[in-house]
Design a protein around this ligand. Structure first.
Ligand SMILES: Cc1cc2nc3c(=O)[nH]c(=O)nc-3n(C[C@H](O)[C@H](O)[C@H](O)COP(=O)(O)OP(=O)(O)OC[C@H]3O[C@@H](n4cnc5c(N)ncnc54)[C@H](O)[C@@H]3O)c2cc1C
Length: 454
């Protein structure tokens, strides 16, 4: 039958692969990571004896089950780790496996590319010792290392609480958790959060445990600057008229997640603006169809968390099978659709409870770095826009200033850029557009072009 390529061996990709294997298909499963599991259920490096029970808490059993499932289907999947998919061209994926070029032809493509951190820059955010929140977690889960000896977790995200607790339970000193969203916003979001009472209870438990361990949790405070001479020495915070500094030697900065959509963009998916997430998201039907022979699942389609990722992976595989003449049981599809919709509803509640601080990005001082790859400040963007006939749309701003044109292709600075452009132009956030996906979607070695394709 059809050649199926899956990109992403996280919960969504593994479940999709399992459903296809069950139907007698051997999919190609590509992942740039060395080991399966994706972001949340990442596998520690070989030989590293991490206390997974302390690290994963109540999720340890689920983590083990997902990896057990992968082990069970491993022989029936063409699994290719350490393989970055850097472009989609018609029915061909361009890949780099440990620096070597290759191509993978497909008839159907299922993208389960997950999410990445969203961050609002602040003065000092490019100092050594400042990590994204996801980066701080990845280092811990992958290598068993802390990002510092005294770590502050700053931003607006439920993962701040989880990551702080993971650091604390493995022996790090957590200086504080600083959440820019006021506590009142969390209370107001409760009706949406009721869609998943179990996860809500877990979030409350994280908070309670941190407080019980004597770790300060500040709601509604914003970082004024990350201070220090050669590295991080503290974070200066403001809450109303009050300003104070927390001493620390590392900061984990995170303001929620955004789907990794560049490959979906290159594969022809359409995008629509979502005001709750303040993001452009790929359009799919309820089962994950995003175009002819194109299927999206997991956080790469819409942020939903690991359980939604698993259900949506199974659902997207079922859609693929149905489109190739193998309809799946209606009752199963109905149950999966309901599960995905419920969990994504919960995430919309989280997006309200841990809101993206749009005002903070728009107010970034002129001399603060916005694009760290190209070294572009917020002021350079504003000055370019203030020229006669200056740009009002993010791709034009990128072309003129080089903001978002470096290694990360705007994956890090893009969300704050949109806020700065919208505020400077006096336009709605949606009206300034979205940075278009460009190949290569992530850095590849220059020598790759010289390699024979195989
Ligand atoms: C950094 C980070 C840390 C997180 N930590 C937690 C946590 O501790 N607990 C929790 O509940 N949730 C966590 N989340 C959220 C969690 O990732 C998701 O809910 C869940 O893992 C989503 O599953 P998924 O299969 O959609 O994507 P993921 O698990 O993210 O898997 C996507 C996979 O796609 C691969 N990929 C992406 N692009 C490419 C490409 N171009 N080429 C090849 N491979 C590619 C990635 O390497 C990754 O393995 C975290 C998210 C992030 C971004």
């Amino acid at each position: 039958m059809t050649r199926v390529a899956i990109v992403g061996a996280g919960p969504a990709g593994i479940r999709a692969a399992a459903a296809l294997v069950e139907a007698g298909i051997r999919p190609v499963l590509l992942d740039e990571a060395a080991r399966p599991g994706g972001q949340g259920y990442r596998t520690p490096s070989p030989g590293l004896d991490l206390d997974m029970a302390a690290l994963m808490g109540s999720e340890a059993g689920h983590h083990a089950r997902l990896h057990g499932l992968f082990a069970a289907i491993h022989d029936r999947v063409d699994y290719r780790p350490e393989t970055l998919v850097w472009a989609v061209d018609g029915r061909t994926l361009h890949v780099a496996t440990q620096g070597r070029a290759g191509m993978v032809a497909f008839d159907a493509l299922l993208l389960a590319t997950g999410a990445t951190d969203r961050v609002v820059p602040c003065p000092g955010w490019t100092k050594p010792g400042v990590f994204t929140l996801g980066g701080a977690q990845a280092i811990l889960k992958d290598q068993g290392c802390f990002i510092g000896r005294r770590v502050a977790f700053v931003g607006s995200s439920p993962l701040l609480l989880l990551a702080a607790l993971q650091y604390q339970s493995l022996g790090a000193h957590v200086a504080a958790v600083v959440d820019t969203t006021p506590f009142g916003a969390k209370l107001a979001a409760l009706p949406g959060l009721a869609a998943s009472p179990r996860t809500l209870r877990r979030g409350i438990a994280y908070r309670t445990k941190l407080r019980a361990a004597g770790i300060p949790v500040h709601d509604g405070a914003a970082p004024v600057a990350i201070e220090g001479r050669d590295g991080v020495e503290g974070v200066r915070l403001r809450h109303g008229a009050r300003e104070w500094t927390i001493a620390c030697d590392a900061v984990a900065l995170g303001h929620g997640l955004k789907p990794e959509t560049q490959l979906a963009d290159l594969a022809g998916a359409q995008f629509a603006y979502d005001p709750v997430f303040r993001q452009w998201l790929p359009e799919t039907d309820a089962d994950g169809r995003a175009g002819p022979s194109l299927y999206l699942a997991g956080d790469g389609a819409a942020i939903g968390g690991a359980y939604a990722a698993e259900a949506s992976g199974t659902l997207a595989a079922a859609a693929l099978l149905a489109d190739h003449g193998r309809p799946q049981p209606k009752a199963t599809l109905r149950r999966l659709r309901q599960e995905v919709a419920r969990l994504r509803r919960f995430q919309r509640g989280l997006a309200r409870a841990f809101a993206w601080p749009a005002g903070q990005a728009a107010a970034l001082p002129d001399d603060a770095t916005l694009c760290r790859c190209e070294g572009i400040t917020a002021g350079e963007v504003r000055r370019a826009m203030a020229q006669p006939l200056g740009p009002r749309e993010v791709n034009r701003v990128k072309a003129i200033t080089r903001v978002g044109m470096g290694r990360c292709q705007g994956r890090i600075c893009g969300p704050a850029l949109a806020d700065i452009v919208a505020a400077a132009a006096g336009l709605d956030h949606a009206a300034v557009g979205r940075l278009r996906g460009q190949a290569p979607v992530k850095p590849i070695p220059l020598a790759l072009g010289a390699e024979p394709a195989g």
